[in-house]
Design a protein around this ligand. Structure first.
Ligand code: PEP
Ligand code: MG
Length: 753
């Protein structure tokens, strides 16, 4: 059974579209469990019904035509219960309904399993038997496994509107959920980018000049043939004739009609050469991989190798500069900063990446450019998106592919509102961050790199509340030395002087890995990260502290912040090392001064030891991104649990209140530098809790300033007192949304999570 399962899954995964995948499933399922009928019913959520998506054993013309209400019959029962229903004599069951349009005779044995993805029932997979039959446990397990596989294919299909084709309904593509990478809404055409020489990552792309494309492909094939002959020649001195035959075999494959001929056919059908090549190679690889004979199975890797070689030649021949759509939404499995940089800024509307998070390089660049980005959209059929209309909602982390008219109109409206909002927000530029009742709440910036000449970044904000020093570390191929770091930090301190700049010491580990310092862990977020690495490598830490202290000479606007502190002893050791660096520099004759030193509160243990920490440091900054993840036990980078990641959770609010109250008892100020500070509703809550300053990215600064300038402290305090009494995070969010709407700041509601 396991072998059959593996083979079906392979077939389903390589099916070109949902229709084919469904057909494969129903045929193979019938064979495997010896059933008379197998059907897949798909949920058409727009119309609240099931539609027959595929069948083996019933009338084919019923596909796409037979509809059932979601609560109808045994299929409805599987849907409601969200579990398998196994009945040996279906017509005798009270929920049984006879459906004549499918050409059914009253079948007796019935086994239906739900097709579920992320907690949502997408359809029902059913097998039927003419006789009375109780399907056994193995059959049930087999169907459940296949249904899980099918769920992935259905999600992909609904993402690109394919499901409407299968169902024969005009309809909207479903939204895909990822992570918020950079705020804003973008609407444009998808340009799929892919790593070079990776055949599997090549997307489909329509071409019109098929002759030129065929010519290029054939030239690449000829070049590979030349290469292979040259290799054979070179090796003939050192390899026996039998081994040299391998090259002949490869040449034979290239000379024969199948690889080349099929690819040419696919190009003629409208796909570009790399896409056509990928399709052909993948089809051939599948055939070889399915073979029983081990020797023949191994040949699959030869075919892959040939594919890669041809691709390399095609790619090196394509010297023409890429043309981009006017509103290009860059889409890829893992978009690199280089790929982003290749798109002229005026053409770049948005970014959608199947992997990565808001702290990935490309997201950081998008934030700096003010371009909406959605990251970590792992259910996305990347290879099939070239040229498709795509909406990226960077506020919510949603992506719509080929949206319906309704969705498109709604997002166009939102975009128009956004640009109006932008005008309103520009009014607060240059204004103080001050409440109507005269209290100042300084607003600092979170930055990772300072690009010289970025006047907006330099002039807005009361200084830098969080400079993530790992960003310049991530851009290197080895640890930057003291002099190099000195230049980078000096650049930042000078750009903002005399305003304070908080440099956070290296915070790598977790999801931020340095390519030149790989760390393999099962649980990286609970592992070696932040201050833990710095203290285990005092040579790296001391170099960084020395560079920071020297960078501030004569400016004296440096403050140092330590990330991920979880125990008092870590703090003591770090402070000793800072004093050591200071002492050494003074001895060396540098006129360094001791800067204020603070810690981030981002681990629950630190929340409850603020009193002890407060005796040792000058300030606190709450890292709500990590604090939320550790308090709620929700991975901040996992789109699947993104709905549970709520920084307005009453538990988070109470933790923040505790930190502020305890720190204030010892006269130490508290800032917040997590994303929460850039969320208008949350900023209002933080203001009410008595935070001394906020630090956020430039893209959120104006929104937060608008909130500060619109609400009195007294009102903010009163609101948060109510929020702290709520039990459910959604209630907190709703209350703040309503308050923002009533205050005429409804346009800011979307910026919250
Ligand atoms: C945080 O955890 O809130 C924070 C600001 O740090 P980072 O996002 O860099 O982990
Ligand atoms: Mg953090």
């Amino acid at each position: 059974m396991l072998d059959t399962l593996r083979r079906i899954i392979q077939e389903v995964n390589s099916a070109p579209d949902l229709e084919q995948a469904l057909k494969i499933i129903v045929v193979r399922v019938c064979e495997a469990v010896g059933a008379d009928v197998s059907t897949v019913y798909l949920v058409d959520s727009e119309h609240g019904q099931f539609i027959l998506g595929a069948t083996q054993g019933l009338r084919q013309d019923a596909v796409g035509r037979v509809m059932l209400a979601l609560d109808q019959g045994l299929i409805g029962m599987v849907y409601e219960r969200e579990e398998p229903v196994n009945i040996e004599d279906a017509p005798r069951h009270r929920r049984y309904v006879f459906i004549s349009e499918t050409g059914e005779t009253p079948y007796h044995g019935f086994l239906g399993v739900p097709i579920i993805r992320h907690g949502k029932v997408l359809g029902v997979l059913v097998v039927r038997q003419r006789q009375v039959r109780k399907f056994d446990e193995d059959d049930e397990a087999f169907l459940v496994t296949l249904a899980a596989q099918l769920a992935g294919a259905i999600t992909h299909a609904s993402a690109i509107g394919d499901i409407s084709t299968v169902l024969g309904i005009g309809g909207a593509a479903a939204a895909l959920t990822g992570l918020r990478g950079s705020p804003g809404v973008s609407i444009g055409q998808a340009r799929v980018v892919y790593p070079p020489a990776n055949l599997d990552a090549i997307p489909d792309r329509p071409v019109t000049d098929t002759d030129a494309e065929v010519g290029q492909f054939q030239a690449a094939v000829a070049a590979v043939q030349d290469d292979l002959r040259a290799y054979a020649n070179r090796m003939s001195a050192v390899l026996p004739a039998e081994e040299l035959a391998l090259f002949d075999a490869l040449l034979l494959m290239l000379g024969g009609d199948s690889l080349v001929g099929e690819t040419v056919e696919r190009i003629r059908a409208g796909n570009w050469a790399p896409g056509a090549l990928r399709e052909t190679i993948s089809a051939h690889v599948k055939v070889f991989e399915a073979m029983e004979d081990t020797y023949l199975r191994e040949r699959a890797s030869d075919i892959r190798d040939l594919g890669r070689r041809i691709l390399t030649h095609i790619q090196s021949d394509r010297t023409a500069v890429e043309e981009y759509y006017n509103n290009t939404v860059l889409v890829g499995e893992d978009i690199s900063p280089g790929q982003l940089a290749e798109v002229p800024v005026e053409n770049l509307a948005g970014i959608v990446s199947a992997s990565g998070t808001s702290s990935s390089h490309v997201a950081i660049l998008a934030q700096a450019l003010g371009i909406p980005a959605v990251m970590g959209v792992d259910d996305m059929p990347v290879g099939r998106l070239e040229g498709q209309l795509i909406i990226a909602d960077g506020y919510r982390g949603d992506v719509f592919i080929n949206p319906s008219e309704l969705v498109l109109t709604e997002f166009l409206r939102l975009q128009a509102e956004e640009s109006q909002l932008g005008e309103v927000l520009s009014e607060v530029a240059g204004q103080p961050s001050e409440t109507p009742d005269g209290k100042t709440l300084p607003l600092y910036l979170n930055i990772g790199l300072v690009s010289v000449g970025n006047a907006e970044v330099h002039s807005e904000g009361d200084g830098v509340g969080l400079y993530r020093t790992e960003v310049p570390f991530l851009m290197q191929d080895k640890f930057p030395g003291e002099e190099q770091q000195l230049r980078i930090y000096r650049n930042a301190l000078e750009a903002f002087a005399p305003r304070p700049v908080t440099l956070r010491t290296l915070d790598v580990g977790g999801d931020k890995m340095l390519s030149y310092f790989p760390v393999q862990e099962d649980n990286p977020f609970l592992g070696w990260r932040g201050i833990r690495i710095s203290l285990d490598h005092p040579e790296i830490f001391l170099t960084q502290i020395r560079a920071m202290l020297r960078a501030s000479v004569g400016l004296d606007n440096l403050t140092i912040m330590l990330p991920m502190v979880s125990t008092v002893s870590e703090l003591d050791i770090a402070l000793t090392l800072i004093d050591q660096a200071l002492g050494e520099l003074l001895e060396e004759g540098e006129s360094v001064v001791r800067p204020p030193v603070g810690i981030m509160i981002e681990v629950p243990s630190a929340v409850f030891q603020v009193d002890a920490m407060a005796k040792r440091v000058d300030f606190f900054s709450i890292g709500t991104n990590d604090l939320t993840q550790y308090l709620l036990a929700v991975d901040r980078n996992n789109a699947r649990v993104a709905g549970l990641y709520q920084s307005l959770h009453p538990a988070v609010l109470r933790a923040v209140r505790h930190v502020i109250d305890e720190a204030h008892k010892l006269g130490k100020p508290v800032s917040v530098c997590g994303e929460m500070a850039g969320d208008p509703a949350a900023a209002l809550a933080l203001m009410g809790l008595g935070v001394n300053s906020l630090s956020t990215s430039i893209s959120n600064l104006a929104r937060v300033k608008w909130v500060i300038r619109s609400f009195t402290f007294a009102r903010a305090r009163e609101l948060v007192a109510r929020a702290l009494d709520f039990e459910d995070p959604r209630a907190v969010r709703e209350m703040y949304n309503q308050v923002l709407e009533e205050g005429g700041l409804g346009g800011l509601v979307r910026a919250g999570n």
